[in-house]
Design a protein around this ligand. Sequence first.
Ligand code: FAD
Length: 102
Amino acid sequence: MFELAEVLGAQVGASRAAVDAGFVEHERQVGQTGVTVRPKLYIACGISGAVQHRAGMDQSAQIISINTDISAPINNIADFTIVGNVADVIPKMIKFYKKNSK
Ligand SMILES: Cc1cc2nc3c(=O)[nH]c(=O)nc-3n(C[C@H](O)[C@H](O)[C@H](O)COP(=O)(O)OP(=O)(O)OC[C@H]3O[C@@H](n4cnc5c(N)ncnc54)[C@H](O)[C@@H]3O)c2cc1C
């Protein structure tokens, strides 16, 4: 996640589940009890799309969801959905972006 953010010039946000699991600090939590963000592009990596999370990001201009579960609620608000494992998809995105950006 952090490598993808670096190549895109982006920031990493997180769900409360990720914060509670100790993956990232609370300052990065997006949602009802975190921060509200409205980026041009929000890439939801393994985010189910709970209402408390959506409250902090559903005004993003474009939303891409990467999720193994096609029926995840986040996909209802995503502009684009990639059905797959983030561990497979993210390295491909990084590779593609590096190859195709100047
Ligand atoms: C009062 C209250 C306040 C809350 N405030 C917040 C808040 O501010 N922010 C917040 O985020 N939540 C908040 N929550 C919690 C919220 O209800 C959800 O529990 C939380 O958002 C779920 O996080 P998640 O989507 O990361 O995890 P999960 O619900 O566990 O979903 C994980 C998703 O990832 C997918 N997945 C799993 N493994 C992979 C993989 N390898 N590749 C791709 N996809 C995968 C699954 O299919 C699933 O859709 C709050 C809850 C309450 C009650």
